[in-house]
Design a protein around this ligand. Structure first.
Ligand code: FES
Length: 158
């Protein structure tokens, strides 16, 4: 039997999965940091990608309402084991449906969609910088971070 809106959101809210952080300077980690203009809530979602391009680990930290926390928790479970392409296709409407969010809470699920896309873009720009330094601003920073582990990697494909 399907669980009610109440139990499902409350479950993800009270026992959020995959709360925490991954080391953002790691070259196989992508970090998404997004905010909701409507309310000022903020979500950080990080992915670790294995050598086959599969998301092997996911962590999040959300400073926001219960629906945003539930949405990010749901998203972390949903994307683990997926390719970047598959993960990038997940829509907030799926999350809203799964958690039975009311219309007024749609923007909370949108944060989770924005966050996974932002994390994927961050990962891809790091990889692009590693492969083709000429095309990427910030390659030096990435190199330094790999060698010393000190510098924040800010790579942007040219
Ligand atoms: Fe803003 Fe939920 S009220 S993310």
């Amino acid at each position: 039997a399907a669980r009610s809106y109440h139990s499902r959101v409350i479950d993800h809210y009270e026992s959020p999965r995959n709360v925490g952080s991954l080391p953002k300077n790691d070259i196989d980690v992508g970090t998404g940091l997004v905010g909701a203009p409507a309310c000022g809530d903020v979500m950080k979602l990080q992915i670790r990608v294995d050598e086959n391009g599969i998301i092997s680990d996911v962590k999040f930290k959300t400073f926001g309402c219960g629906s945003a926390i539930a949405s990010s928790s749901y998203m972390t479970e949903r994307v683990k084991g997926l390719s970047l392409e598959e993960a990038g296709k997940i829509k907030n409407t799926e999350i809203a449906k799964e958690l039975s969010l009311p219309p007024v809470k749609l923007h909370c699920s949108m944060l989770a969609e924005d966050a996974i896309r932002s994390a994927i873009r961050d990962y891809q720009s790091k990889r692009a910088a590693m492969k083709d330094p000429k095309k990427a601003k910030g390659f030096i920073d990435v190199t330094q971070s790999v060698i010393t582990g000190e510098t924040v990697a800010t790579a942007h494909p040219g």
